[in-house]
Write a protein that binds this ligand. Structure first.
Ligand SMILES: Nc1ncnc2c1ncn2[C@@H]1O[C@H](COP(=O)(O)OP(=O)(O)O)[C@@H](O)[C@H]1O
Ligand SMILES: [Mg+2]
Length: 349
């Protein structure tokens, strides 16, 4: 029987319903904004990508959702998870720890962040179940843990269950982390560059396991990556983040073939994605991501944008183009454009 089948909790998993509702999420350190006004909804069973260059605020957004921000960083705004009555922002650690690992679980880039080096991996997975009381006793939890280790493709599960993390390869460790994250059939799995630290030879395999684990449980997923090709295969929707803000969002197909925000255009142009390539691709985005606090006022992308004008010194409003879709850009690409225009064309305006 699958882990989803043995689900102990009564909360059903229908096709409708919001699993995660984030409204006006800010992350600040002292006076400085690191994540600003992030608003989005993830529905039951949806897989949503979060993309953007390094330093855009993706990881901090994920950590804020999990109540795992580092010391000194503060989240404000609202984070609500289906089935949890209270707002998770500002929830005390006791309330948060009832939700974390049960309703919402996370897979980090580096597996050792999530593993206890001094505990056998089978015990760690069993412990995750016992903490949230999703299995009646230690024996049941342990056999469910071995079954999960098998589901995530680990060889000789009873034997692997007795191993310590350091006795496993990086790919195997990340599979243990996945088992740990799936242990209580979360409604939402948050993945932050889950395969980036792994050997390229096992990346696709681990990615498949993550997607399968989520599909089997009809769980929703927020998937953070800088790899646009992965988003195209794994996610239905995508949100583009830059300067701590979501600058564009929409169905993957629409955003990747007809990006509206100039930043999204640049990201796609700099990638190897063939979907935008029928009229020649963009040059890479000029310059680099500023350090936190060094983004320009108004449009955060304007100092790197070939299309920027004086208007861009004011913050572009969000233009909704559909449900969960829109962009924040004063000079968006034409909606009818099948492919981005070149950056040099823009400069002549
Ligand atoms: N603990 C921290 N204190 C201060 N600034 C931080 C801290 N963690 C991250 N930042 C800054 O916040 C910005 C966003 O970081 P992050 O969310 O890790 O970006 P991403 O995951 O998109 O690469 C970066 O400029 C980063 O340097
Ligand atoms: Mg990151």
């Amino acid at each position: 029987m699958s882990a989803a089948g043995t689900r102990a909790r009564g909360r059903g998993r229908g096709d409708a319903g919001d699993v995660l509702v984030v409204q006006g999420l800010d992350v600040t350190v002292r006076e400085q904004m690191l994540v600003e006004d992030v608003t989005f909804t993830v529905r039951s069973g949806e897989r949503v990508g979060l993309i953007g260059e390094s330093g855009s605020g993706k990881s901090l957004t994920a950590l804020a959702l999990m109540g795992l921000l580092p010391e000194g960083l503060t989240a404000t705004g609202s984070v609500r998870v289906d089935g949890v009555r209270h707002d998770l922002v500002g929830a005390d650690e006791r309330a948060m720890s009832r939700v974390r690992g049960r309703d919402i679980a996370m897979v980090f880039q580096e597996p050792m962040t999530a593993l206890n080096p001094t505990m056998r991996v089978g015990d760690q997975v069993a412990e995750a179940m016992l903490i949230h009381r999703t299995r009646p006793n230690r024996k049941a939890a342990h056999s469910a843990a071995v079954e999960l280790l098998e589901q995530v493709g680990l060889p000789d599960p009873p034997d692997t269950a007795r191993a310590y993390p350091h006795q496993l390869s990086g790919g195997q460790r990340q599979r243990v982390v996945l088992a740990l994250a799936l242990a209580n059939d979360p409604a939402l799995l948050v993945c932050d560059e889950p395969t980036t630290a792994l050997d390229v030879t096992v990346q696709a395999f681990v990615l498949d396991l993550i997607v399968q684990g989520v599909l089997d449980r009809r769980a929703a997923m927020v998937f953070i990556t800088h790899d646009l090709a992965v988003v195209a295969t794994v996610c239905e929707r995508v949100m583009v983040m830059y300067g701590g803000r979501i600058v564009e969002a929409g169905p993957v197909q629409a955003v990747f073939t007809r990006p509206r925000h100039r930043y999204t255009q640049g990201l796609l142009g700099a990638s190897d994605l063939a979907v935008v390539d029928d009229r020649g691709r963009l040059a890479t985005i000029p310059g680099s991501v500023p350090a936190a606090g060094r983004f320009p006022a108004g449009c955060v992308f304007r100092n790197r944008c070939a299309h920027a004008t004086a208007l861009c010194e004011t913050r572009p409003p969000w233009t909704a183009t559909g449900n969960d879709a829109g962009f924040a850009c004063h000079h968006p690409a034409d909606a009818a454009d099948a492919a981005p225009t070149s950056a040099s064309e823009g400069r002549q305006r």
